[in-house]
Write a protein that binds this ligand. Structure first.
Ligand code: BEZ
Ligand code: FE
Length: 297
């Protein structure tokens, strides 16, 4: 391949030209990547020592990865790239519940539960009744929808982080909504927690003076035949870090208050101690055929 010789001035163009024969989308991605990377090096006047440090950081991130730990996704999360990819690929135009990141803790399948069951297997934490309805874009109920939920404990840990301490599958459940699209289950109020920060990404946050915490939330994946899946969170209003989520996952439309209810009859009906917390979270799905075009189309 003949190409123009490398120069500082035309470095990006010279390298981009080397991808001229790549398939169109690959060429587009690599050309843009090279253009932005070269601009970054020039704009910052990157030193050889800083470049070496960057390579060492990426090498350490790779070494930290295994079957259950993905340090590069964590890096993408704390740089806001995961949320950006999620957001531009799930533009809702107000028609459906907003989405947010999946995170690394959906590593085991949630056990099937009946409506009204508790997902708290150890009973530790502040009891809470979660209710909601799955609807389509016009507010019509979506019977048959599946609601997959998982959350951290009152101490801020997922079951998979505390084998032998929490029961397996604690605070996870897979529900099928009723004929009106409604779901309800018992749980406990989750706590805020730090993302895994014992690796190079944690080191970067520390060096930059950033904290690793996420505000309290419950994860949801809602699926239904003929509809687009929504992967999202229900955030606890007033939680510490609600305005400074380490992975930028908070969207205002997903924040709910969890009021304390004093209602002995309702507590008895749901098998909860009185008083108890409640939260209501409706999930609206777009129809499959109404998928908005992703960015760049
Ligand atoms: C989570 O919410 O489970 C999560 C998301 C991104 C990084 C770490 C954890
Ligand atoms: Fe989480």
């Amino acid at each position: 391949m003949d190409h123009e010789l490398f120069s500082e001035e035309r470095s990006a163009e010279v390298v981009a030209a080397s991808f001229a024969s790549a398939p169109p989308r690959l060429r587009e991605l690599l050309t843009s990547l090279v253009t932005h990377l070269h601009a970054f090096v020039k704009e910052t006047g990157l030193t050889a020592q800083e470049w070496e440090q960057g390579i060492a950081f990426l090498t350490a991130a790779g070494h930290k990865c295994d079957d259950v730990r993905q340090e590069f996704i964590l890096l993408s999360d704390v740089l806001g790239v995961s949320m950006l990819v999620e957001t531009i690929n799930h533009r809702t135009a107000g028609g459906s519940t907003e989405s947010t990141v999946t995170g690394p803790f959906h590593v085991v399948a949630s056990p099937s539960r009946a409506l009204g069951d508790s997902i708290s297997l150890d009973g530790k934490g502040e009891p809470c009744l979660v209710t909601g309805q799955v609807t389509g874009p016009d507010g019509e109920p979506v019977p048959g929808a599946s609601v997959d939920v998982w959350q951290a404990s009152a101490d801020g840990f997922y079951d998979v982080q505390q084998p032998g301490i929490q029961p397996e599958r604690n605070l996870r459940g897979l529900f099928t909504v009723d004929a009106d699209g409604r779901f309800w289950f018992n749980t406990i109020v989750p706590r805020y927690y730090p993302i895994p920060d014992d690796g190079p990404v944690g080191g970067m946050l520390h060096a930059a003076g950033r904290h690793p915490f996420r505000p309290a939330h419950v994860h949801f994946i809602v699926t239904a035949p003929g509809h687009q899946t929504v992967t999202t969170h229900l955030f606890v209003a007033g939680s510490p870090y609600i305005d400074s989520d380490a992975v930028f996952g908070v969207k205002e439309s997903l924040v709910r208050s969890f009021p304390l209810v004093n209602d002995p009859a309702r507590a008895a009906e749901h098998g909860l101690p009185n008083p108890f917390r409640t939260v209501h979270f409706d999930v609206r799905l777009l129809r499959a055929q109404d998928a908005p075009a992703p960015a760049g189309d």
